[in-house]
Design a protein around this ligand. Structure first.
Ligand code: NDP
Ligand code: 8X3
Length: 248
């Protein structure tokens, strides 16, 4: 199987790549930091193809796909995992550049790559797109503003893809994780302030990137006649807290 994973240089994407290669699958590992991908490739060997890709540079994506070497050119599974949150300020204090980068990456990058890859899947009448959404796409929280909204987009786009793929064997899943420690997610969100990032995960039993790698692998290994439409997963310690009231 050939699996294209965006955001394979860290976190969930790297965890999934390691699992797939261990099972003998071919992985196209895409991200902006080619040097990180090359370090992973040195370890994993020729089943892992490092590909420099900035999904927010949407015009570049069709050519990158067209230029894949023949043995990697058929994409059986696309894992749209590249994404980021920037900032936890309330909307009225947020940095507009952060908002734009989240929209360009989490929304425009994801749809442009899907647009580049999906037609060949439909033509072969086979394929699987896994979009990495978030609980933030369903559950609003303070400071989640544009990040949560991008993930709500990803959720609805995933469901609408399912509708469009009626009558084909192409599958689509929106994976919606909650808090996951040990990836670069919060380090990026806090613009490199690692002590703030670490605090997010203090004092409870976290999920890890490896847990999410296991879940992604499980999804990929589900039988071809089953479609998991949405999958929301959280650490047991995290749960719903209802609406908030500002008391006088
Ligand atoms: P990491 O920050 O560890 O990994 C993010 C990956 O995305 C990196 O490999 C990064 O690589 C890549 N990336 C970021 N921007 C781009 C871009 N423009 N083009 C290509 N690649 C890009 O985060 P996680 O593994 O934790 O997160 C992965 C996904 O899961 C994200 O979509 C995130 O929103 C989502 N998520 C994370 C949760 C968490 O708590 N950790 C929970 C729920 C969802 P590079 O910098 O080299 O480009
Ligand atoms: C990441 C999970 O809860 O930090 O998408 O938004 S959360």
């Amino acid at each position: 199987m050939n699996v294209l994973i965006t955001g394979a240089s860290a976190g969930f994407g790297e965890a999934l790549a390691r699992r797939l290669v261990a099972k003998g699958h071919k992985v196209i590992g895409a991200a902006r930091r080619l040097e990180k991908l090359e370090t992973i490739a040195n370890e994993l060997g020729e089943l892992f193809l490092p590909v420099k890709m900035d999904v927010s540079d949407t015009a570049s994506l069709p050519q990158i796909i067209a230029d894949l070497p023949t043995e990697f050119s058929q994409i059986d599974v696309l894992v749209n995992n590249a994404g980021l949150a920037l900032g936890t300020e309330p909307a009225y204090k947020a940095d507009l550049n952060d908002w734009m980068q989240m929209a360009d990456t989490n929304i425009k990058g994801l749809i442009a790559l899907t647009h580049a890859v999906l037609p060949a899947m439909v033509e072969r009448n086979s394929g699987y797109i896994i979009n990495v959404g978030s609980i933030a796409g369903s559950w609003p929280y303070y400071g989640g503003n544009v990040y949560g909204a991008t993930k709500a987009f990803v959720k609805q786009f995933s469901l609408n893809l399912r509708a469009d793929l009626l009558g084909t064997q192409v599958r689509v899943t929106n994976l919606e994780p909650g808090a996951v420690a040990g990836t670069e997610f919060s380090n990026v969100r806090y613009h490199g302030d690692d002590s703030k990032a670490d605090k997010v995960y203090e004092g409870f039993k976290n999920m890890t990137g490896d847990d999410v790698g296991d879940i992604l692998l499980w999804l990929i290994e589900t039988p071809a006649h089953i479609n998991v439409n949405r999958l929301e997963v959280m650490p047991v310690a995290q749960t719903y807290n209802g609406l908030t009231i500002a008391k006088d």
